[in-house]
Design a protein around this ligand. Structure first.
Ligand code: SAM
Length: 364
């Protein structure tokens, strides 16, 4: 699998140094508020819509350890993003819990403070396979919250979707352990792929209704190229809400904050809420305040990017924090990405489509 490193540019260092002010907005007036960091390109699942076995089989060559950002490099970059206004850091991958000694990194990141002295929000997205074992040590290290991916409660469907025959019960144990450790509020993300797990929408809603977990349904997206995405496999969020509401009446509620990816719906009987993330049918690029750092330290300003900016090269060539900080501010100011709002299956240029970066590399 090629990762298109050749398309990544080493950022130019602006000649006039500038100190971060805690706020930087892009070309469409979107502030930089969240940083997602991919800790590894490896995963212990082979989800059919993300890292299918046919593409990521036994002969797949993963990145060598030396090319990954070290914990010191990750913390250095994160500190600069926080100085520019990032208040939340989300660790992802691949499967972030496969990164050795992740607790040490969490301990380092948990020390970061916003320019006005507040703690940052430190979160992690996981498939839950190792959560039962690790929840308490993650919490003790300073992690605030986890989001757990779970696509079905039906064992046969889940095993087929995760590609490695992993049982549902182990993820449910992981969820309980995370709740007991205080890693909440915990969100559970279900990617809905038409014809594969859409029968599970109502059972999943019923299972998590009234529980401490907030279930969110994600539209199947055209990230990367390995999943062979087709628009007719996307179940629109409006349909998800319609199907659940037919059994358990729902009403729309206000978002928690501007830029929230999920639209919120609450059960009319007061037993909790669900979220729907309509990345395809109702794109939310206009509110996107997220920057992404890949496993090898490339900055992507959009999940659907075809090229990025090599921050690792800046660090490993001895640039100073001030220089890297100025380069990041400059890149963010010129950001104008809004891939999802412009998406059209018919008009997407085939060359562009072929170059999209895989989710497991850029981080979900
Ligand atoms: N391994 C971790 C996990 O499973 O949560 C973190 C990385 S994973 C790439 C992050 C999230 O992206 C998961 O919730 C996964 O279901 C979602 N995802 C991956 N490919 C997707 C796609 N094509 N469309 C929508 N969501 C996708």
């Amino acid at each position: 699998m090629a990762y298109h490193h050749q398309l990544n540019a080493v950022p130019t260092i602006p000649s006039v140094p500038e100190a971060p002010t805690g706020f930087v907005a892009d070309a469409l007036a979107r502030p930089l508020q969240e940083l997602r960091i991919s800790l590894t390109d490896r995963c212990n699942f082979r989800c059919v819509y993300c890292m299918p076995e046919e593409v990521f089989g036994n002969d797949h060559v993963f990145l060598p350890q030396t090319s990954l950002l070290s914990f010191e490099e990750i913390t250095r970059i994160a500190r600069i993003f926080v100085a520019h206004g990032a208040q939340e850091i989300r660790l992802t991958g691949g499967e972030p819990l496969l990164r050795k000694h992740i607790e040490n990194l969490i301990g380092m990141l948990a020390q970061l403070k916003t320019p006005d002295g507040r703690d940052i929000e430190l979160t992690l997205t996981t498939n839950g396979a190792l959560l039962a074992k690790k929840a308490q040590s993650l919490k003790d290290a300073g992690l605030n919250r986890v989001t757990v991916s779970l696509d079905s409660l039906d064992d046969a469907t889940f095993k087929r979707m995760n590609g490695v025959g992993f049982p549902v019960s182990d993820v449910l144990h992981g969820l309980e352990a995370a709740h007991a450790a205080g890693l909440g509020p915990i969100k559970v993300n279900m990617v809905v792929k038409g014809g594969m797990n859409d029968r599970e929408i109502v059972p999943m809603a019923r299972h998590f209704k009234g529980s401490p977990f907030i279930l969110r349904f994600i539209e199947y997206m055209d990230v990367g190229v390995s999943n062979n995405w087709k628009m007719d496999e996307v179940i629109p969020s409006s349909e998800v809400v319609r199907r659940i509401a037919a059994h358990m009446p729902l009403e729309a509620i206000k978002s928690n904050h501007k830029g929230e990816t999920a639209a919120r719906w609450r059960y009319q009987d007061g037993s909790g809420e669900i979220g729907v993330i309509s990345s395809v049918t109702q794109a939310f690029c206009h509110d996107c305040t997220r920057a992404r750092i890949s496993t090898v330290g490339v900055l992507y300003t959009c999940l659907f990017a075809t090229s990025g900016h090599d921050l690792r090269a800046l660090m490993r060539s001895g640039k100073m924090d001030q220089q890297i900080s100025a380069a990041i501010a400059h890149l963010w100011r010129s950001r104008a990405d809004r891939y999802s709002e412009l998406r059209s299956a018919k008009t997407m240029d085939a060359n562009q489509a072929a170059k999209k970066i895989e989710m497991s590399y850029i981080g979900g």
